[in-house]
Design a protein. Sequence first.
Length: 328
Amino acid sequence: MSPDLPPALRQAADRLLEGVSRKGLAEQSARISAQYRAGQTSAGVVGSAADATAYVLTRLPATYAAGAHVLAEAARIAPGFAPMSLLDAGAGPGGASWAALETWPGVAAATLLDSNRSFLDMAQTLAAGGPAALRDAQRLRGDLTAPQDWPAADLVVASYALAEIAPARQAGTIAALWASTLGMLVLIEPGTPAGHGRILTAREGLIAAGATILGPCPHHAPCPLVAPDWCHFVQRLPRSRDHRLAKGGEVPFEDEKFIYLVAARPAVAAGRREARILAPPHAVKPGITFKLCTPEGTAAPRFVPRRDKPAYAAARHLGWGDVLPAAE
């Protein structure tokens, strides 16, 4: 699936910029980015419509791209999964919801949950020209750190949300999200050592609760990576002119690093488990070496020699984050 914003979302974002000073927006975007890097949460960073607009320009393209990547992979792993309902927890301006509708157009009912009124209002504005499920979505103001009886849904997504919750309260949030999950739960976090740690903790709790882990891990064993190594992936996305201005850079693209977890109820059928590529492949004249997380629960290299023409022909097109099918 394309990392680009869907046309309707792109157009809605562009309309936000009509009549807005690009210089002022760039300054506001830089301030928001600095506050996030300093560890502040959305509650303290995004407090107005202008803040939400700056966030849409600065961060929405990247968070959408990561969500599109992850949800497309979830659909590949579980091709028979066809959710009809969605809960987007910690929804922000709704980027993950748009990615979910791009992946599963059959979603008929959506609930966006966030504690930030400015974000919920922005999500409604952006959805005005979008799919019916988003235009008519229920938008609930709620605190992820104080779980309530949230609506149950076939698909539950929490994208870049755990990072804003104190570690001591994350287990309660994960348990509540899982309780709301009828089919599949998808968690996405920044691709940092801290983000990897949050995903590992959530993974342990979900396995204990009976969840089936579909990805990125091809197993239920403890993570085989040893610090300072950590699991993460990357999605390249294009930058518009205004996006480059807000970011203060000239490069026409950016690389969003992320880590994710796909957990499912037993009724969600998945394909066979295959080794996950954990780093950019290393290609030399004799062949290609892949760093893999294997179904056996190990992190191990695998060399595909050029002389094995069928295997090499398939492997040469694979990249970081893909799966390497087992030899027949």
